[in-house]
Design a protein. Structure first.
Length: 290
């Protein structure tokens, strides 16, 4: 089986997405991998190689705002609904994927929960890392002191221009501190994106769209539906951004096959805990292979 990770560009929703692929020419089921902030699709390379060796077709996009050709202006272009529609459109673009497996970390997990909610008929299995069901997270943000403390940075992200300047200063010094201990190739890949002011604005617009834009007919609220899709959820008990309250509440929304794994780990699971995550995700997808 093919272990080569390629960089390819695919068009979807009128945008051009730079994607990592592995085994896409094979005949197996499709898996789409969604990175978080401030990351890129490079975090999935080892897992993609593992799954491609098993015959799966693997696609990991640099998502809207992260790809040079997928950076529309305006906060309204970065709603969860718009971001989720990109994922389904990409599945349609690569073909032979009426249904697919989905894996996401951090913001990629938040978008994944939206995909599972809005397009449940398209998803075979769902593996979420770090971030719980969106309704559970929103409840914790409003009601749990620990979660509010962990989310204070979001208020800075609501300001115009301020976070772009802070994150870009001194060649992305603040981001480099956040990435301390990461593989250097990860950091270099991230810097290709975050050295661009336009990219910083677009990626921060995910936060602005989620926390500032009002619900309207063009972008109605995402329903807080129960999840019947087979779901794996992995969370680190020392997560810098996600507290336990939302994680525990998230369990109550799971109505199908569900596996929860709590690790003695932090937020960056694919950077520092990749072996256990790869093992668990691979086993879960194999269990739910169509």
């Amino acid at each position: 089986m093919n272990r080569q990770v390629k960089i390819e560009v695919f068009s979807a929703n009128g945008l051009s997405f730079t994607c990592r692929t592995c085994g896409l020419e094979q005949q197996g089921e499709l898996i789409i991998f969604l990175h978080g902030f401030p990351e890129s699709s490079i975090i999935w390379e080892k897992l993609m190689q593992t799954m491609a060796e098993k015959g799966y077709r693997c696609l990991a996009p640099n998502q809207r705002g992260y790809s040079d050709g997928a950076r529309p202006e305006g906060i309204g272009n970065y709603t969860n609904r718009a971001l989720a529609s990109d994922i389904v459109a990409l599945a349609d673009t690569v073909g032979n994927a009426e249904k697919f497996h989905l894996v996401g970390h951090d913001w990629g997990a938040a978008i994944g929960w939206t995909v599972v909610t809005l397009y449940p008929e398209r998803i075979v299995s769902w593996s979420a890392l770090s971030v719980p069901h969106s309704a559970a997270y929103k409840w914790a943000l409003s009601n749990d002191k620990v979660q509010r403390e962990k989310s204070q940075y979001i208020f800075t992200f609501m300001e115009p221009e301020v976070p772009e300047s802070l994150l870009g200063a001194n060649d992305c010094e603040r981001l480099r501190k956040l990435w301390e201990g990461f593989d250097q190739n990860f950091i270099e890949d991230y810097l290709k994106i975050f050295r661009q002011k336009e990219a910083r604005t677009a990626t921060i617009n995910w936060y602005r769209a989620a926390f500032k834009t009002s619900e309207n007919g063009d972008s109605p609220a995402i329903p807080n539906w129960d999840v019947h899709t087979p779901t794996l959820f992995i969370w680190g008990s020392n997560d810098l951004a996600i507290a336990k309250a939302g994680v525990e509440l998230s369990h109550t929304y799971m109505k199908g096959d569900y596996k929860f794994i709590e690790l003695d780990a932090g937020h960056w699971l694919m950077q520092f805990n990749d072996e256990i995550c790869i093992k668990e995700i691979a086993e879960y997808i194999e269990k739910h292979k169509e």
